[in-house]
Write a protein that binds this ligand. Structure first.
Ligand SMILES: Cc1cc2nc3c(=O)[nH]c(=O)nc-3n(C[C@H](O)[C@H](O)[C@H](O)COP(=O)(O)OP(=O)(O)OC[C@H]3O[C@@H](n4cnc5c(N)ncnc54)[C@H](O)[C@@H]3O)c2cc1C
Length: 372
């Protein structure tokens, strides 16, 4: 049976909730379909020590500031609590255990096909996030590796790795924090870094780092990067001395041109300097108990953590939508009209503002476009 409403939102994470509240404020009634059994399902299963890297003030969703009691960088548990409070504040009632398998055209509307029933609406907002699409690269010999290999999205805490030799592959925000988590628990941890990086401090002179891209939005990213570079260099010191390569593009240019967010350092560089995290280069191949690096000798490891990011692929979810996804299934635009009337994505593309902030901006824009 197909039921109709003003809009269908797929996902009850920050993007789905913020969009639902924004639509409601404009008099539109949205059905939020969530495949999990609770709000903020992805934040419930992130690793234990996670705190927002972006500050509370710039991570709140529209209409409800995060409480001061959460501190400047709220914990994972506080984020979950906040998302619940957000839904309660706006009386949002997601339909749980409602996975959407495909969204198809139905006349001039959209039909979201789920398990037991389907819904139709003129507007559909895909707010499914990235968590379902862990990127797991492969290397020669990895299938024969005897130890555990897990993606960062399945890492919870250092306990299972006590007295093991762990290799974390990838120096993004998750890889850096997981390596630090392991090092602080005295686990023998090595970080494999393949590419040049952009590292920024969480704060500059006591001001949260996100203040700067927000204040410099009117400048071309390359110019803003040039302005910020001396302060960032002063705050984090030389990363080249540690053996890391600095990205030829600055942080803002990298986000704007390649969708690559910078690494917000919360102590990993100090742990590398102190020798508590060892650095190695790119991986050439795996042995049964070892890893061969491209520029350094093979070493033995007990476990591998792939902090290799996420690659959303929405082709199966949107089988007959045209001109909205790139060749690998990632949305071409987010938070604005797509090539398919009535179809929107929220929070689908990384932003210099921080993703929560970007979601807030996009939710309002989508609601305005839906109301028009
Ligand atoms: C480790 C980590 C730390 C982060 N830290 C920050 C930070 O400090 N600051 C910041 O601004 N951003 C951060 N982000 C980025 C981003 O803000 C979060 O990932 C945020 O949760 C994204 O919200 P979302 O609603 O787009 O996606 P999600 O939170 O992933 O929510 C998507 C929801 O959709 C549901 N869903 C998916 N597919 C379907 C389907 N087919 N049918 C029904 N339901 C479906 C999922 O179950 C989920 O509940 C972080 C991301 C990660 C991975």
């Amino acid at each position: 049976m197909a039921r109709s409403c003003d809009a269908i939102i797929i996902g009850a994470g920050p993007a789905g909730l913020a969009t639902a509240a924004a639509l409601q404020a404009r008099g539109l009634n949205a059905a939020i379909l969530e495949k999990a059994d609770a709000i903020g399902a992805v934040w419930r299963r992130h690793y234990d020590r996670l705190h927002l890297h972006t500050d509370r003030a710039r991570s709140s969703l529209p209409g409800l500031p995060m409480p001061k009691a959460y501190g400047r960088y709220p914990s994972r548990a506080s984020v979950v609590e906040y998302l619940e409070a957000y839904a309660a504040e706006f009386a949002l009632k997601p339909i749980f255990n409602a996975p959407v398998y495909a969204v198809r055209h139905e006349g001039r509307e959209w039909r979201a096909e789920g398990g037991e029933d389907s819904r139709t609406a003129p507007i559909v907002v895909v707010a499914t996030g990235w968590a379902d699409y862990p990127h797991t690269p492969t290397w020669p010999g990895i299938d024969a590796f005897a130890g555990e290999v897990l993606h960062s999205s399945r890492y919870r805490n250092p306990a299972p790795f006590a007295s093991q030799r762990v290799l974390v592959i990838g120096y993004g925000n998750s890889g850096a924090e997981i390596a630090l988590d392991l090092a602080e628990a005295a686990v023998d941890v090595t970080l494999s870094v393949r590419s040049p990086v952009n590292v920024v401090p969480r704060e500059l002179f006591g001001v949260p780092i996100l203040f700067f891209p927000a204040a410099e939005q009117w400048l071309p990213p390359r110019v803003a990067d040039a302005l910020n570079a001396p302060m960032i260099q002063f705050a984090i010191g030389s990363i080249e001395k540690l053996g890391l390569k600095r990205s030829p593009k600055g942080p803002l240019q990298s986000i704007a041109e390649d969708g690559r967010v910078p690494l917000i350092d919360i102590g990993t560089l100090d742990a590398i300097r102190g020798g508590r995290i060892k650095l190695r280069d790119d991986i050439a191949s795996f042995g049964r108990e070892s890893v061969v690096f491209k520029q350094s000798p093979a070493e033995r490891f007990d476990a591998i953590i792939l902090a290799t990011g996420f690659r959303p692929d929405l082709r199966a979810l949107l089988p007959d939508a045209e001109g909205v996804l790139n060749a690998t299934g990632a949305p071409l635009v987010s938070g604005r009209a797509t090539a398919e009337p009535g179809l929107f994505f929220c929070g689908a593309i990384p932003s210099a503002l921080g993703q929560f902030r970007q979601i807030s901006v996009e939710a309002q824009r989508i609601a305005d476009a839906a109301r028009a």
